[in-house]
Write a protein that binds this ligand. Sequence first.
Ligand SMILES: [Zn+2]
Length: 281
Amino acid sequence: MLVNTKEMLAAAQQGGYAVAAFNVYSLETVQAAIRAAEQEGQPVILALGERYFPTVDVEGFAALVRALAAKAFVGVALHLDHAYEKASIIRAIRSGFTSVMYDGSKFDLEENIRRTKEITEIAHMAGVSVEAEIGSTARGDFSDEEEGTGALTDPDAARRFVAETKVDFLAAAIGTVHGMYVGEPKVDLELLERIRESVGIPLVLHGGSGTPDDIIAKAIRLGICKINVNTEVSMAANVYLQNFLTTSTDANKAHLSTIMAGMQRAMEPVMTKFIRLLAHK
Ligand SMILES: [Zn+2]
């Protein structure tokens, strides 16, 4: 069933677990995420980033996700990931997304507050919840996101940001990166604890891919309720495709439908791994 993201994350916060948010941009990514969630009996968030708007028909895709979510026997939320433009937020709200992320992290605190507040006022009127970010997630290898500064979230700024903007969940920049880590991950769990003490709303961790399991488990214990995963899933499909093309004798005669089904199958175990890890208390 389609579930409001805010309710889903309130339950996670209450229950001390986190919900996986997978980036989706095709039928295969959506089907893989819902299948993995159903197999594990856990809720899931399907996130379409603004950066996929040029290649994905947003209204049609939202209708597809909502139809598949309605059939699912676990909770499914439809989230807009990293939106920089107000027009994208409005488009997502009109298309039936259950939450949106406004990313004003490139602006200074005052400007980020001003812009984010405008978004929450609009989204809340439509019953749509809002995620925002202060501090900025840096970019590692194989990432499909914009470059961030890697500036960590200041707990006092977080408190003020949440109070003034009325956002529903906050992306805390604590050293995870978009994409795969270059070198050892340096995740500041002590900072996460201070952020959690400063704000009461569910916290979000961007850059789940490649983050060690024990860090993810600790982050969940320290208040992370949603973890975004994109790159690791994409890489699994990519590896499948490369193997298929190099090992299959008749690869050049293979039908695209077979290849895409194979890519979906390759994504499912990665998603299952994250769902299992996040559901663990
Ligand atoms: Zn992100």
